[in-house]
Design a protein around this ligand. Structure first.
Ligand code: GLU
Length: 503
C-alpha cells in the first residue's frame, strides 16, 4: 500500500497555522539520528532545521542517538554524527540522550498502557500471523491483525501467561480519525481503521520504534518534532500513544525528502551523500549549511547566500516547503565559491595551510614567516576558487620552483612559437628593468610592449599568464606578478622560454 493512500492532506480551515509562531513558549526540539552510518545530508538538513528553530526562538536543541538496533548501531557512526554536527557548527544543548538507556522507561510506559487497557498481550506466533496474513490478503484488502488475542477470556490469558508463552504487547487502536496541523503540510488526517493494532513491545520486551520515540520525546519534554516526511505514516501512531499515555502530543513538522537532479530519492547513486565527503572535497561548513538550509526552506525573495548567523535571523516555519528538495552538487559548488569569496583570509588560513603542506607545496614555517603575504595570496585566490582544493591547485605556481603547463592552455595561447618567444623574452627583459615591482609600473611596461608589437594587450597578457601559472585562468596578470614576486616571476618566464625552445 502506498503511503499516500494512507492519509489525506486536508485543505485547512481558515486557520493559518503557518503564520503562527512555532511555539508560544521556547521550543524544545531534537535531532534523533540512528547511528547506523555516517551523517548524511538528509539527516544534517533535519538537524539544521531543528537547530534553527531552537536558536531563532531561544529554545533548546537536543541530540538523541537512537541506538536501539544493536546489530546495526556502531560507536564509529555515533562519533561521525558528532563530528559532522560539530563541523557544521550545530551545537546541541544538554547531555546527549542514548535511546538504548531509556529501555526501562519505554517498558514502564508500555506497561502503563497495558494496565490502563490501551494495550493488550498478543500470543500469536509468527507462524500464526503468517497464516492469518495469507487468509486475509486474498482480495485487495491488506493484512490487519484481527485482534483475536484481545478477545481472549481472562482465564485463557492467565493460562497462557502461566504456561510461559511468549507474547508481544499491542496497542489497541481506537476508532475515529487521527489528525494534526502539520507545520509544513497543514492538516493531515488518517482514518484509524487503516492502522492495525501495532506492536509496542516485542516478545523480549524491547520497544518497537514508535514506542521508544514517544517515550523518549515525552521524557525529553519535546514540544516540536521536526523530521523527514518519510515519517508521516508514523505520526498518527505516535499521537495515539501520547493520548493513551495522557500526554498532549507535540507539534509536528514534516520536511520534504531530498531528491537528486533526476527527481529520484537521493542515494549513493547520485554521488556523495555523507557530510564528511563534502568536507573532504573542500566544501566550507558555512557553504554546506547554507546549501542544506535551502533544501526545503526559503527565506523568501531571491536571497540565497547566508551565514548560519543570518539564518538565525531569517528562519521561520512559513518558509518551509512541501515539495521535494533537489540536491544539485553544482549548486553546492557555486555556493561554496560564494562563501569562499566572502570569508576572511584569516579564517581560511587554518583550512588551507594543512592542505598546502600535505600537497608538499610549502612548509608551514615558510607560511608563518611570510604570513602577511600569504594572507594576501589567499585573498587573491579565493575569488576564483570553488573549493579549497581549487585554491591549493591555484596556489602552486606562487611557491613551486618549476611548474607544468596545462596542454590546452599552451595549445591556445602559445600557438605561434616564434611570436610567443619574442613576446616572453621582451616581457621578461622589460619587467626585469623595473625599479619597483608594482602593478602600475608592470602595467605601463607591458602595455607599451603590446603597442610596439602592434597587438592588443590581451595578446600579451594571456601567453604571459600561461607562462607564469601554467594555466589560462588566474587572477589579474599584475596581481599574479606582484604576488609571485620579482625573482620567482622572472625565473618562471625563463623556464617558459626554455620550455618552448630548449637550447
Ligand atoms: N531515528 C529516526 C531516523 O533517523 C528519527 C525519527 C524521528 O525523528 O522521530 O529517521
Amino acid at each position: 500500500m502506498s503511503q499516500k493512500s494512507w492519509f489525506a492532506i486536508v485543505t485547512p480551515e481558515p486557520s493559518n497555522s503557518k503564520k503562527m509562531p512555532l511555539e508560544n513558549s521556547p521550543p524544545r526540539v531534537r535531532f534523533a539520528p540512528s547511528p547506523t552510518g555516517f551523517l548524511h545530508v538528509g539527516g544534517a538538513r533535519t538537524a539544521l532545521f531543528n537547530w534553527l528553530v531552537a536558536r531563532t526562538q531561544g529554545g533548546v536543541f537536543l541530540l538523541r542517538i537512537e541506538d536501539t538496533d544493536k546489530a546495526r548501531s556502531t560507536d564509529e557512526s555515533t562519533a561521525a554524527i558528532f563530528a559532522g554536527l560539530e563541523w557544521l557548527g550545530l551545537d546541541w544543548d544538554e547531555e546527549v540522550v542514548y535511546q538504548a538507556s531509556g529501555l526501562a522507561q519505554h517498558q514502564k510506559d508500555a506497561d502503563r498502557m497495558l494496565a490502563s487497557g490501551a494495550a493488550y498481550r498478543c500470543f500469536c506466533t509468527p507462524e500464526e500471523l503468517t497464516e492469518q496474513r495469507k487468509a486475509m490478503t486474498v482480495g485487495k484488502e491488506s493484512f490487519k491483525y484481527d485482534r483475536r488475542c484481545d478477545r481472549l477470556s481472562e482465564e485463557e490469558r492467565s493460562a497462557r501467561l502461566a504456561a510461559g508463552l511468549p507474547f508481544v504487547t499491542r496497542f489497541r487502536v481506537p476508532e475515529g480519525t487521527t489528525e494534526w496541523d502539520d507545520l509544513v503540510h497543514e492538516r493531515i488526517s488518517f482514518p484509524n481503521k487503516d492502522i492495525e493494532d501495532f506492536v509496542i513491545l516485542r516478545s523480549d520486551a524491547t520497544p518497537i520504534y514508535n514506542m521508544a520515540v514517544v517515550s523518549d520525546d515525552i521524557a525529553m519534554k519535546i514540544t516540536l518534532v521536526m523530521r523527514g516526511d518519510d515519517h508521516i505514516s508514523n505520526t498518527p501512531k505516535q499521537i495515539l500513544l501520547y493520548r493513551a499515555l495522557g500526554v498532549e502530543p507535540p507539534k509536528f513538522a514534516h520536511v520534504p525528502m531530498i531528491h537528486g537532479t533526476d527527481g529520484k530519492k537521493l542515494s549513493k547513486r547520485h554521488g556523495a551523500t555523507a557530510v564528511a565527503d563534502y568536507q573532504n572535497e573542500g566544501i566550507l561548513p558555512s557553504a554546506m549549511v547554507n546549501f542544506l538550509a535551502l533544501l526545503g526552506w526559503s527565506p523568501g525573495g531571491d536571497r540565497e547566500v547566508m551565514t548560519l548567523a543570518d539564518m538565525t535571523k531569517l528562519f521561520s516555519a512559513a518558509g518551509l516547503q512541501k515539495k521535494a528538495a533537489v540536491f544539485d552538487p553544482k549548486k553546492l559548488e557555486w555556493m561554496n565559491g560564494q562563501h569562499l569569496s566572502r570569508i576572511a583570509a584569516s579564517e581560511l588560513e587554518p583550512l588551507v595551510t594543512p592542505m598546502l603542506v600535505q600537497a608538499d607545496i610549502v612548509s608551514e614555517s615558510e607560511l608563518v614567516e611570510r604570513r602577511e603575504w600569504y594572507l594576501a595570496l589567499i585573498d587573491l585566490l579565493k575569488i576564483r576558487a570553488r573549493t579549497t582544493h581549487d585554491m591549493v591547485r591555484q596556489a602552486r605556481p606562487y611557491f613551486a620552483a618549476r611548474i607544468t603547463y596545462d596542454p590546452d592552455s599552451t595549445a591556445k595561447s602559445w600557438k605561434d612559437v616564434d611570436q610567443t618567444l619574442t613576446l616572453l623574452q621582451s616581457a621578461r627583459e622589460r619587467l626585469s628593468k623595473l625599479h619597483e615591482w608594482r602593478p602600475d609600473s608592470m602595467e605601463g611596461a607591458l602595455r607599451a610592449l603590446a603597442d610596439e608589437l602592434g597587438v592588443a594587450a590581451g595578446k600579451v597578457f594571456q601567453p604571459l599568464r600561461v607562462a607564469l601559472t601554467g594555466m589560462s585562468v588566474s587572477p589579474g596578470i599584475f596581481e599574479v606578478l606582484e604576488a609571485m614576486g620579482r625573482d620567482l616571476a622572472l625565473a618562471r618566464l625563463g623556464q617558459a622560454i626554455e620550455h618552448i625552445r630548449p637550447e
